[in-house]
Design a protein around this ligand. Structure first.
Ligand code: HEC
Length: 110
């Protein structure tokens, strides 16, 4: 009897000491430096571009907007409305006219 207890204790000690195969080692987290392409960060034009710079760069680049074709004012107005309504851009209503003015100035034949 005493012998089997000693064997059981020894067996348990061996089982507890060895790591089962299904236990994965904790993943090691390492820091990595990533260089992201810079791109043209802002709309140019100084203070006339403040409204568009403050409201239109959270989700996509200035380049993406500036690479659109020239469009009539009504389409630019609708585009800004679409950003607000469809994509939930948090744009203050008082900034909309200055944004549309800027877009018409740089990307419209109107
Ligand atoms: C809340 C995020 C968000 C903000 C802020 C935002 N947009 Fe967008 N915009 C999008 C998404 C999403 C798309 C469609 C997917 C894409 O092309 O990246 C888009 C697409 C566009 C397009 C391409 C044409 C189209 O309709 O798909 C233009 C032009 C554009 N946005 C202009 C603007 C302007 C101007 C502003 C500021 C008034 C603005 N965006 C602010 C999310 C945003």
């Amino acid at each position: 009897m005493r012998h089997s207890i000693a064997v059981t204790v020894a067996l348990c000690a061996v089982l507890l000491a060895s790591t089962p195969a299904w236990v994965q080692p904790a993943p090691a987290i390492k820091s990595t430096a990533v260089e992201l392409p810079a791109g043209d960060a802002l709309f140019s034009g100084g203070s006339s571009a403040d409204a568009i710079n403050n409201n239109c760069l959270a989700c996509h680049s200035a380049d993406m907007v500036l690479n659109q074709p020239t469009l009539p004012r009504s389409i630019w107005e609708a585009e800004v409305r679409k950003m607000i309504k469809v994509y939930r851009a948090p744009i203050d209503e008082s900034d909309v006219p200055a944004i549309v003015e800027y877009l018409v100035k740089v990307k419209s034949s109107d």
